[in-house]
Every structure is written in C-alpha cells, then in structure tokens.
Design a protein around this ligand. Structure first.
Ligand SMILES: Nc1nc2c(ncn2[C@@H]2O[C@H](COP(=O)(O)OP(=O)(O)OP(=O)(O)O)[C@@H](O)[C@H]2O)c(=O)[nH]1
Ligand SMILES: [Mg+2]
Length: 463
C-alpha cells in the first residue's frame, strides 16, 4: 500500500499551548513557508534570502501594513527541519489574542491552518520519522509519569523500530529465498534447507512473542496501573484513597454507604502512574442508588490490575470477612488481577495490631493518621516494578502495535505449520508475506490513509 503526500499546501498553526505566557510559537511549513512569512514579516533581512537556522528580529504586519506584534523569526530550510520542508517559526508575545492575530495574518497571506498532527505526519511522510516514532512524539507529549516519559523517549529514539527491523530483515531473507524457489519451481530446486528455514522462523516467532509479552508492562508504563479500592461499607476506602493521594478528594463519613458512585484519581508513585478508583462498599443493599454504586464497584474491580481490599482490622476474626475475601479472590484469580488485603484503622487496635506494617497477610495501615501508607505506596510500586523487563529490553506500549504483532505471530505460526507439514511452498510464502506486512504496519512501511488519519487526528494542532 502506498500513501501519497496529501498536497503541497503551506500549513501554519500555533505550536504552543493557548493562553498567556512569555512567548508563543507559530509554525509555518511547506514550499511557500518563506514566501508567506516574508509577506507579513518586516525586518532588516528578507527571510527567503537568509540562511537556514538563523533568527531575525522584526515586526508582523497585516495586509494594510498595520503593526500586529514584534516577533523573532527562525528559519529552517528543507530538509533540515521538523517536517523536512521549509519551515519558519515566529515567536510572538504569548497571549491569547495576539497569537490568534499573528496566525490570522499568516493564513490571510496564503497559509492553511494545519490539521491535528499534520507537522508530524509530514515528518513521517517525508521519511524523517517512522510511524512508531511519530506515535512516540504523541505519547511523549501526553506522558503523565516518569515511566511513560521514558518509554516514549526510547520509542522516539527508534528502539522499537530497530527491533521490528531486525525480525523483518530476517523474514525478508527467508521470503526471498522461498520466492526464488518458486521461480525455479519447474526444476524443483531447494535454495534453503527446510530445517534451517524452520529454525529461523521459530527464532523470528520467538522475538515477536517477546515483544508481545512486553505489552503487559508497556501498557502499565503508558496508561498506568488501574487500582480499585474495594471493601465493606465504612472500612475506610475513601479515607485510604485520600491518604494515597495526600489530598481530601473523596467524602469520608461515619455512616456506611457514604460513597455511592466511583471516584477515580491518578497519582504517580515511584515514577509509575496509578489510577486509583474508590468504590461503594460491597454489600447487598436495597437502596436503588447504592445498589447501582455496588454494581459499578464490582465492575471496576473486574477491570482493575490490582484490587486493594480494605478491611477494618478489628473485623479480622468476624464471620463474613473470609467469605468476602474468598469470593473476591476467586474472581480476581480468574481475571489475573492481583488482590491485596489492607487492614485499616490499626490506630484503634494499638495493643493487638502487628508491629510491622506488612506481612504475608497484607498491609496494616491507619488511613486516618497515615500510618503505614508510605509502606503501602512502596509495596504498590515494587509490585509493578518487579514485573518490569530489564531496562534494556524493548517494550511495546501501543495497542495498535500489539494488534499488528498478534497478527504477525498468527501468520508466522501458519507458515511454520505449513512448512513442517511439507505442504506447498506457495502457502508458506503467502503467510510469510502476511506476517511481514503486519510487522511493516508498526513502522508504517505498510499503511493506509485511514490508519494515518486515525493516528494523527489524536495529536494536537501545531504538533
Ligand atoms: N480510627 C480510624 N478511623 C478511620 C480510619 N479510616 C477511616 N476511618 C473512619 O471510618 C469512617 C468511614 O470512613 P470512609 O473512608 O468514609 O469509609 P468507606 O469505606 O469509604 O465507607 P463507604 O463509602 O460508606 O463504603 C469515617 O468516619 C472515617 O473517619 C482509620 O484508619 N482509623
Ligand atoms: Mg467511601
């Protein structure tokens, strides 16, 4: 599949966030970038005649020559720019109205307003970035934790691309050997030893498998860990949420049933983003609204990575706690969710509560006073970090990439089966191609306009 460059329009957009600030940057890119900029820029030098990578002080004027703002224009000549096209960046005063005015003047002078992500899309179409790197730019901008930041920087540097390229090159070799054989099929020659072919295919599937497996960690890096706080009414779930967030986010109250809906907040612990959800207490209820709250609580728990089961420490010997725990444990087990017991209100049971803040039976905290909370925080981040791959392994963080890898794995598996079954080489070659194409989708060697639009429409305008 071939994607053509959409057009040769010269595009412009505000590249900095809207609002008040020291400066705002407006970016112009395309064949006419210098011509458009020179129509509105009055300075000592003509920009079109200035060398690349130079800064010029001047004024922006509208078509009637009226003063709009004082700016610094920076020139970038193709291909040495973000988009690989001619680019002029104007730094004007950072204010909502002034920035809009400068942009408006540029658009009147022949620029077109850029679509979301269009600058990065052009960088991709012009070959400066591959698709997974372009996606990393978006991830980098959106990253909300140290882990998300680190994984997007690594992807931007081309780490995933290199991993994919390694397998693709290997498969391309195999594929061309097979296709060569097909060309000579009359003579029934074998260019590649079957066993070697099989081994190399198994090796490639292994690499794809490893990349697929890394998604479990990659998703956590990018989207955070979903933690549901569950437990009986009044156990102190909302208090625990507040303690973990270090703010009074959820309403806490002495009457059971205080929380009726779910409340979610994010917090970064040990560089990893955790999405904490407080839920309504788990019990059978007759109140319709609370009943709905409980239903949502159960649903939240099903979609979590970790469930914190909050229990009043004093209730440990009472009936019901164990059966609630085992019911939840069964459900969590089925869905591979980690269930952690948090015994709360230890301040009320000083004489009997264990001295350590954690043991095999869970964590011991006082959500009210903050005792043991740091320990629980540490425990949560360690749990996730111990799942991590080592720093040097390539991590897949994007669902689109995971999907492409799964399809590649399926096709390569079929190719291997066919090869082992001694069936026709045509089929092996066909499946191998399908696998190659699926891998090519990740880096964008194989792509469609729809896929690109879908990816870049999620970017902001100006990126
Ligand atoms: N002494 C003590 N009281 C606590 C502690 N944690 C919570 N409480 C109190 O227990 C009561 C219930 O706390 P919440 O945080 O609202 O409990 P919840 O589990 O969210 O309750 P529901 O939303 O009704 O299910 C409040 O009066 C809290 O102040 C604690 O560690 N020690
Ligand atoms: Mg509550």
């Amino acid at each position: 599949m071939f994607v053509k460059l959409k057009d040769s329009d010269t595009i412009a957009a505000i590249a900095t966030p809207l609002g008040e600030g020291g400066i705002s940057v407006i970016r112009i890119s395309g064949q006419q970038a210098f011509a458009v900029a020179d129509k509105i820029f009055v300075g000592r030098n003509n920009l079109a005649e200035s060398p690349s990578h130079t800064a010029h002080f001047g004024r922006v004027v509208d078509s009637s020559g009226s003063y709009v703002d004082e700016v610094v224009a920076v020139t970038f000549r193709a291909p040495n720019s973000y988009t690989c096209e001619d680019v002029v960046e104007l730094s004007c005063h950072g204010g909502y109205i002034v920035t809009q005015k400068v942009l408006h003047v540029i658009l009147s002078a022949g620029g077109r307003l850029a679509e979301p992500g269009e600058f990065t899309k052009r960088a991709f179409l012009n070959g400066r970035l591959d698709l997974s790197q372009a996606e990393a730019v978006g991830d980098l901008i959106h990253s909300q934790s140290e882990a998300a930041y680190r994984s997007s920087v690594r992807q931007l540097s081309g780490e995933l691309s290199r991993g994919i390229k390694g397998v693709r090159d290997e498969l391309l070799n195999l594929s061309s050997l097979l296709e060569l054989e097909l060309d000579f099929s009359e003579e029934d020659v074998e260019f590649a030893n079957r066993k070697t072919l099989e081994d190399r295919l198994v090796g490639a599937i292994g690499v794809v498998d490893e990349l697929l497996a890394s998604y479990a960690v990659g998703r956590v890096y990018k989207e955070g860990v979903r933690v549901t706080i569950a437990g009986k009414p009044n156990a102190g779930k909302s208090s625990l949420l507040n303690a973990l967030l270090s703010e009074d986010r959820a309403i806490v109250g002495p009457t059971p049933g205080t929380t009726r809906d779910t409340i979610s907040e994010s917090v970064s612990i040990g560089g990893v983003l955790f999405r904490l959800t407080d839920t309504a207490g788990l019990r059978e209820t007759t109140d319709i609204i609370e009943h709905e709250g409980v239903r949502r609580a159960q649903k939240e728990a099903e979609e979590a990575d970790i469930v914190l089961l909050v229990m009043d420490y004093g209730e440990q010997y009472y009936n019901g706690i164990e059966s609630m725990y085992s019911r939840l444990a069964e459900a969590c087990d089925r869905s591979e969710i980690r269930l952690i017991k948090v015994w709360n209100k230890i301040d009320l049971y000083r004489s009997e509560a264990p001295r350590s803040t954690t043991d095999g039976n869970g964590f011991y905290v006082s959500a009210l006073l903050g005792d043991g909370i740091d320990f629980l925080r540490n425990g949560l981040s360690k749990m996730v970090l111990s799942d991590q791959f080592n720093e040097s392994s390539v991590v897949v963080t994007n669902a689109r990439h995971r999907d492409a890898l799964s399809r590649a794995k399926r096709s390569l598996g079929l190719a291997l089966d066919t090869l082992k079954g001694g069936k026709s080489r045509e089929f092996v070659a066909l499946d191998l191609r399908a696998g190659l194409n699926a891998l090519g989708e990740i880096t964008g060697e194989v792509t469609t306009e729809d896929v690109l639009n879908n990816i870049f429409s999620k970017f902001c305008i100006g990126k």
